[in-house]
Design a protein around this ligand. Structure first.
Ligand code: OAD
Length: 226
């Protein structure tokens, strides 16, 4: 079966990675406009690098959980396109290949001046020179608010071409990711939501499995991979 899967911060929560919108989430302590916009980066690159350096350190300490592992198993039995909003590498370390990181990745650095991309060191700083143009404008290769997510053509095509669309651990509050379920459904693709609670776009799903990802995702995968 062709399955398109969209994941969000909830799938990594039980690996110890904080989500964004929980009461103890990252957006309670940090302002989006300060750390997740190009304007914020221009205003205070030290603050922004400090924020993402902490995220990189958190991810380096974390391990993939049963939900990440289950999705790798799903791909061994079905034609899976794995789309994630997450900037961690827990899907890859859980055994998934070809993960589409629509919001970029903590593993990447890019030059705000020339667009060159390279592998990010564990700690980045505003004076890091771009290895290509030499300007000190290194930034995390993360898609910020006001920027266009990566790989959108491939993502729309995978969702339209799927027989099943699953969203896992995402609050459905950030577009265009939050619009994928509606897009799928309008094209006759069956939709399922696996989440700790109902998301903001819950109505766009035919089926809901409510619970922690480490329980509901392996159960769902086992049903699809007898
Ligand atoms: P959110 O923090 O908005 O939502 C996380 C979702 O995961 C919520 O619906 C939770 O109920 C659910 N959740 C929490 N723990 C869970 C668990 N153990 N098992 C299953 N579900 C769980 O995170 P995202 O939806 O990923 O973008 O946020 C989308 C984007 O907003 C992020 O990619 C990020 C953020 O701003 C950028 O920074 C560009």
């Amino acid at each position: 079966m062709r399955i398109a899967v969209l994941t969000g911060a909830g799938i990594s929560a039980e690996s110890g990675i904080r989500t964004f919108r929980a009461t103890d989430g990252l957006w309670e302590e940090h302002r989006i406009e300060d750390v997740a916009t190009p304007e914020g980066f221009r205003r205070d690159p030290i603050l922004v690098h400090r924020f993402y350096n902490m995220r990189r350190a958190d991810v380096a300490r974390a391990l993939p959980n049963e939900a990440h592992l289950a999705l790798a198993r799903l791909a061994r039995h079905h034609d899976v396109t794995l789309i994630t909003q997450n900037v961690d590498d827990l899907h890859e370390r859980g055994g998934s290949g070809d993960v589409i990181h629509m919001h970029g990745s903590l593993a990447g650095a890019t030059c705000a001046a020339c667009g060159h991309r390279w592998q990010a060191p564990l700690a980045m700083s505003p004076v890091d020179p771009c290895p290509d143009c030499g300007k000190p404008e290194a930034r995390p290769d993360i898609v910020w608010f006001g920027e266009i997510p990566y790989h959108m053509e491939r993502i729309w095509a995978a969702v339209e071409g799927a027989e099943l669309f699953a969203a896992i651990g995402t609050s459905g509050q950030v577009y265009p990711a939050a619009g994928l379920a509606q897009h799928a459904r309008r094209r006759g693709v069956r939709t399922i939501e696996l989440n700790l609670d109902r998301s903001a776009v819950s109505r766009d799903f035919d089926e809901h499995r409510i619970g922690p990802a480490t329980r509901v995702v392996p159960e769902w995968v086992t049903q699809l991979c007898p």
